[in-house]
Structures are given as structure tokens and as C-alpha cells.
Design a binder for this molecule. Structure first.
Ligand SMILES: *Cc1c(COP(=O)(O)O)cnc(C)c1O
Length: 425
């Protein structure tokens, strides 16, 4: 459907989009939703522009300080700067949680110019911070609004919500929490949901009547963002219903804690809540393996030999992996993943700095390498390609060995011939 088709010719879409807005509003405990932003980061920008406009509507044109905890996702400070704000970073304590005293001190120090706090809940460290309500209260007492980064909403849906913790606006990543397939730059939808006082400032569109009565300018060209992929989230929410959504959240949390418990003694989980549990994800510390000469990237590459795409590497803490199983993996798959990680841990213990030829450093192992006439590595081909029995049943063959991660990012390499090559002689 073309985004500027006359509204009366898209009545089906109108119904679906209205219902989806209503569902997301209810899920977040807020008053309204805009589907316009096309990614989480764009949602952050939209939400902060709404906060800015809210302050301006009250004559507070000078409010431009945005507090952001040091554990935040990189998009948070980037969005704040784009929205014309000045970023002030607040500290984390040794448990990785927001240092509430430091936050209070900074909120009070900047109270005359405080615009917003951006806070991720549960945190990027995979922990429900128990001080969250106190944190949002401190911000409100000092004249600011609370932007909750909702990328971790998978750990909240139908159990709690941003409205309940005292936030004023959040974005959701429909491509994370609400079933839109993503990765490799696939389509994103990053709607913002917001509290009553912010509703008048919802983003408008110059051609189609949508948004708040004093709305900010359009955030993306299309009035309802990526409406086609919104259908996926609409179907997911509608078919699961409240109980199904709650089950999804519970399974996401259960699956993460199952992995955490099974990997205990093999990998240390960097941060946990006060009761020793993770939220829907956990950070596994791989830094101690440096004494065997093993880096986190070696583990990520070796996972390919075991048939897994590696989880997030080196974010939010360098030298770690962050595992977020979600609700959608079966127990068998979780067990295969844990078996692979435990087997890799044994390989790490056998590795040493003095012998660089080990299965981790050489991973991934390609078919070409394994079927060549010569094999002079100090471990067997079987150990390279089929280190566990389950792999025999469903082998994934990596097609290339390693590329230099950072080099490719920094050096543009053109693999196509120049136009002259096509010229006829
Ligand atoms: C993914 C993510 C974002 C950004 O979302 P995009 O859709 O990738 O722009 C922001 N914050 C957190 C915590 C995230 O995990």
C-alpha cells in the first residue's frame, strides 16, 4: 500500500494500525502511541523531540540537559545530541546498576535546565533495577521527563510496564519484542508510546492528518511508518492475547535463567539482580580466558562450527557475550546451545598461549579446509567439524574463514569492476 494513498482507500490498514496503536498503548500503560518511527533509535529521537516540545509549551525553552546512565546503549546519547540536548552521564555502581546518589546529585545540580533522563529497563546489563521508581521520582521532582528505552520490553510485556515505573515516554522495538524478523538491516518499527501530558505533541505528517494538535514535525516520511510490517506485530499480539503475551515474557525470562544456571561454573554471569537472577538476557564474562590466549571473538567464531550464530559480542561490556534466548527457542535448542558453550569451555581450558593452533583460534573450519589432502593441525578433523554428536545430524558449514573485523569497517573495498571494464574495445 502506498503511504499516501487516500485514507478512505486503505480502510483495512486504518483498522489494523488503530488497533495496534491501542494494543501498544495498553501494553505500555500509557495514553497514546505513534507508529511513525522506523527504528528504536528513531523512536528515541521522536520521544526526545516530544519532550522538548512539551517543555517549550510551558515556556521552558532552556531545558536541554539529558541525563544518561553510563550503561546506556550508544543510540541514547546520539539521539539526545540530535534532539539538541546536552548529555550528562551518570555513574554506575560496582554491581552495574545506576548509582542513585550520583543521579540525584546531578538531577539537583541541573534542575533548572533538566529536560530528561533516558533509562533502559530492565537495564542493558539484564537486571531489573529495584531503584527504578525512586529514579523516575527524582527526575520528576527536578522538572525532567523520563524517557524509557523500551528495547528490553520482552522482559516486561503483561507483567509490568513503563507507565507503572513512572516513565513518561518510551519506544518499543517491534522488531525485537513483537516478532518482526530483523537482523542484517531488515525493516524496523520503533513506535513511541507516551503519557497524557505528552499526547498533544505526537508527530504529525504534512500531507495526511495524523498526530497531536501541537505535534512535532514528521519523524519519517510515511504517516504510519512501515505499515506493512506492522501487520506482523498486530497478528502476534492479537493471536497470543494477554495470556499468551504474558507466557512469552515468562518464557523469555525463564529461558535466560535456565541458560545462566546451566552455564554456572563454566561461564560467570557478570551482573544479576538482588536475588541472583537475570532478566531476559545475561552477560557472560569471557575476559578471564585471555590467560589461555582466547578472546571473545574466538568463542564467537567457534560457535559457527557448532552450528550457532554467535550472540551479541562485546556489548555492553567489552570481552563478553550477551545471550538473549527470547521465548521462541525450544528446550532442545537451549540445551544444544549450552552443550556447545560447555564443550567450548573445555577447549578453552586445553588451549594455551604458547600453542596458537587450536580449534578456537582456527575457527571457523570450512569444508574446503577439512576436505583438503593435507591436514597438519594438532587436533583431528572430527574435532574441528563435529565436536559434539548433535552436529552430525544437522551440520552448518561456514563458507569462509576469518575476515579482519575492524579492517573492513575502516577501509572501503570495492569488489566490482570499474565502469571502464564494461566499455567495448
Ligand atoms: C536495539 C536497541 C536500541 C536501538 O534500536 P534500533 O531499532 O536498532 O535503532 C536502543 N536501545 C537498546 C537498549 C537496544 O537494545
Amino acid at each position: 500500500m502506498h503511504p499516501f494513498v487516500p485514507v478512505e482507500q486503505a480502510e483495512g490498514y486504518q483498522q489494523v494500525l488503530k488497533k495496534l496503536e491501542k494494543q501498544l498503548t495498553e501494553i505500555t500503560g500509557f495514553a497514546a502511541t505513534s507508529l511513525q518511527p522506523n527504528s528504536g533509535a528513531q523512536g528515541e529521537f521522536a520521544g526526545l523531540m516530544v519532550i522538548r516540545k512539551y517543555h517549550e509549551s510551558r515556556g521552558d525553552h532552556h531545558r536541554n540537559i539529558c541525563l544518561i546512565p553510563s550503561s546506556a546503549h550508544g543510540t541514547n546519547p546520539a539521539s539526545a545530541v540530535m534532539a539538541g540536548m546536552k548529555v550528562v552521564v551518570t555513574k554506575a555502581n560496582e554491581d552495574g546498576n545506576i548509582d542513585v546518589d550520583d543521579l540525584r546529585e546531578k538531577a539537583e545540580k541541573y534542575k533548572d535546565n533538566l529536560s530528561a533522563l533516558m533509562v533502559t529497563y530492565p537495564s542493558t546489563h539484564g537486571v531489573y533495577e529495584s531503584a527504578i521508581r525512586e529514579i523516575t521520582k527524582i527526575i520528576h521532582e527536578n522538572g525532567g521527563q523520563v524517557y524509557m528505552d523500551g528495547a528490553n520490553m520482552n522482559a516486561q510485556v503483561a507483567l509490568t510496564n513503563p507507565g507503572a515505573i513512572g516513565a513518561d515516554v518510551c519506544h518499543l522495538n517491534l522488531h525485537k519484542t513483537f516478532a518482526i524478523p530483523h537482523g542484517g538491516g531488515g525493516p524496523g518499527v520503533g513506535p513511541i508510546c507516551l503519557a497524557k501530558q505528552l499526547v498533544p505533541f505526537l508527530p504529525k505528517n504534512p500531507l495526511i492528518d495524523t498526530g497531536g494538535k501541537d505535534g512535532i514535525n514528521a519523524i519519517s516520511a510515511a504517516p504510519w511508518g512501515s505499515s506493512l510490517v506492522c501487520l506482523i506485530s498486530y497478528a502476534y499480539i492479537t493471536m497470543l492475547g494477554e495470556n499468551g503475551l504474558k507466557k512469552s515474557t515468562q518464557y523469555a525470562i525463564l529461558n535466560a535463567n535456565y541458560i545462566k544456571e546451566r552455564l554456572k561454573g563454566y561461564y560467570e554471569t557478570l551482573y544479576t539482580g538482588e536475588r541472583g537472577r537475570a532478566a531476559h538476557e545475561m552477560i557472560l564474562d569471557c575476559r578471564p580466558f585471555k590467560e589461555h590466549g582466547i578472546e571473545v571473538v574466538d568463542i564467537a567464531k567457534r560457535l559457527m562450527d557448532y552450528g550457532f550464530h554467535a550472540p551479541t559480542v562485546s556489548f555492553p561490556v567489552a570481552g563478553t557475550v550477551m545471550v538473549e534466548p527470547t521465548e521462541s527457542e525450544s528446550k532442545e535448542e537451549l540445551d544444544r546451545f549450552c552443550d556447545a558453550m560447555i564443550s567450548i569451555r573445555k577447549e578453552i581450558d586445553e588451549a594455551s598461549k604458547d600453542e596458537p593452533d587450536n580449534p578456537l583460534k582456527n575457527a571457523p573450519h570450512t569444508q574446503a579446509m577439512l576436505t583438503s589432502d593435507t591436514w597438519d593441525l594438532p587436533y583431528t578433523r572430527k574435532q574441528a567439524a563435529f565436536p559434539l554428536p548433535y552436529i552430525q545430524e544437522n551440520k552448518f558449514w561456514p563458507t569462509v574463514r576469518r575476515v579482519d573485523d575492524a579492517y573492513g569497517d575502516r577501509n572501503l573495498i570495492c569488489t566490482c569492476d570499474p565502469i571502464e571494464a564494461y566499455m567495448e574495445a
